[in-house]
Design a protein around this ligand. Structure first.
Ligand code: CS2
Length: 495
């Protein structure tokens, strides 16, 4: 392709000669949704579903306003702003073929640090009926040790002192809801799209904890006027690589500074609890159900925990992508054992779900060699992920006398991973808000007692009090030190 066309609204007609583009009138869309956190996942999932809906129907009230909340979101903000909210989504099929489409459902972009008032007013406007969130597992400010909102977090303390120029999602939501109440506006739905068991319940509990401190008179209005549906979200969306950007230029002549790539599979199961209307997302494949719990449990404890297994064991083994890890027979055997002997028994009460088929489909999805999902991405923020993805399974197994050996091995491997070197002595890139604590504890574990790692209470709670878990963990740790990752995985697989 000779000349590259810059992705933007004014070039869309030209671009549509090269790739499928929105045919609906973007200029005519009202903003019915404000979304906080416009990373890859939102753009491969909710914005994609909404784009399909806008494409297939004549509705106009569900355009999305994307909010970049953090100062570190400058790049995504300026990129999307320069492209009028447009971006390309490339679906990497199993056979290696690529389906590409320009997504048009994000019609406004705001950068909160630059203009907090604008964001608050937008969320409070009567046109907006839903606020959706992808703020990551760690974004909920939940402390595992106290099982409650972390009131001492400096950003929270700051927001209470500076209510009109907040930094956290809680500060923004509180001001927006306060304004809605003052304006006599209708209620609103706050919908979490993060990987958390009972993500709606969590969003509600954490927001109300904040409001209780910051604006106590608002609590009862929220209880009566705001709903927080739970949802299960799923689509593997690796970080965009420079190759993805180059490929678009080379193959279709489109200059998109931040395209999104993802797997073909997608699933969105939502509790039907919207106080002020909602898009007909079911018309484009979302499932509305009364109870999302079974779907969430299954996904978090098999897919997300499966990712953590492949990520940690894969990183230590020197792999850099998830497909490499799952194609290592010993690692995939470990994963199957973990899923079958430790996770599956804890899911016994899930009705109407074919667990065997689900597990088989996961192995296939993990193995998609075209996705090249980065192990660095999977292992990032493990301190927030492990308590949600892995530890509930451990807790149940400790109560029911089920096996915890594979989970204990995984945690031991994570302790060794946190030292920062793989099996070959190469540096691991660790991205974690708790990186320093993890590293300090990992050092203590290696120099004094492996148990030191389990003493991080905000991650492990009281797990250290379980002799059975500590014994299994210590044994796995010692084996890992003595035999290394590959041989230890082989040993545990053959017990
Ligand atoms: C991953 C998820 O972050 C992680 O550890 O497990 O991002 C996963 O890819 C998505 O939840 C898939 O739906």
């Amino acid at each position: 392709m000779v000349n590259n066309i810059k992705l933007s609204q004014k070039n869309l007609t030209e671009i549509s000669k090269r790739i499928s583009c929105p045919t609906y009138d973007r200029g005519n869309l009202k903003t019915g949704i404000v979304h906080i956190g416009i990373g890859g996942f939102h753009r491969a999932h909710e914005a994609y579903y909404t784009d399909q809906l806008l494409h297939d129907t004549s509705i106009t009230e569900w355009g999305i306003c994307g909010v970049a909340l953090l100062p570190s979101d400058t790049k995504i903000y300026s990129t999307l702003k320069a492209q009028d909210g447009l971006y390309t989504l490339t679906v990497k099929e199993f056979d290696g073929s690529l389906s590409k489409r320009v997504i048009g459902s994000i019609t406004e972009i705001l950068f909160a640090p630059e203009n907090p008032t604008h964001v608050i007013e937008k969320m409070a406007s009567s046109e907006v009926k839903i606020i959706t969130l992808t703020i990551t597992e760690g974004g909920y400010n939940y402390n595992e040790a106290t099982k409650s909102f972390d009131k001492e977090n400096p950003a929270i303390v700051y927001d209470i002192a500076n209510p009109l120029a907040p930094k956290t999602v809680f500060g923004y939501l509180t001001q927006a809801l306060k304004l809605r109440k003052e304006n006599g506006s209708k209620g609103i739905t706050i919908q979490s799209c993060d990987n958390i068991q009972g993500n709606g319940h969590m969003a509600k509990k954490m927001l109300l904890s904040y409001v209780q401190m910051a604006e106590p008179s608002l609590v009862s209005w929220i209880e009566q006027n705001v709903s927080f549906p739970n949802s299960m979200v799923d689509r593997i969306t690796p970080a965009t690589s420079p190759n993805d950007i180059e490929r678009l230029k080379k193959e279709v002549g489109i200059d998109d500074a931040w395209p999104v790539v993802c797997e073909p599979f997608k699933q969105w199961v939502i509790e039907d609890d919207f106080v002020n209307g909602r898009p007909l997302w079911e018309a484009v494949g979302a499932q509305f159900v009364e109870d999302v719990v079974p779907y969430e449990k299954m996904k978090l404890s098999l897919l997300n925990a499966g990712h953590t297994v492949l990520g940690v064991l894969g990183a230590l083994s020197g792999y850099s992508t998830i497909d490499e890890a799952v194609h290592d027979v010993q690692i995939s055997t470990f994963l199957k054992h973990y899923m079958d002997t430790e996770v599956t028994p804890t899911l016994a009460d899930l009705e109407g779900v074919d667990l065997e088929a689900y597990k088989a489909s996961l192995l296939q999805r993990f193995g998609n060699v075209n996705i090249k999902d980065q192990i660095d991405r999977i292992c990032s923020e493990s301190s927030a992920k492990v308590p949600i993805f892995v530890l509930p399974t451990v807790t149940t197994n400790l109560e029911t006398n089920g096996s915890v050996d594979f989970a204990a091995f995984l945690i031991a491997a994570w302790a060794i991973y946190s030292l920062g070197k793989d099996e070959n002595g190469d540096d691991l890139i660790i991205k974690d808000a708790m990186k320093a604590t993890l590293h300090d504890r990992a050092l203590l574990a290696s120099s004094e007692n492996p148990k030191a790692f389990l003493e991080i209470e905000s991650i492990f709670g009281q797990l250290i009090a379980s002799k059975r878990f500590v014994d299994a963990y210590t044994k796995a740790y010692q084996n890992l030190v003595k035999f290394g990752i590959k041989k230890s995985v082989l040993n545990i697989n053959t017990i």
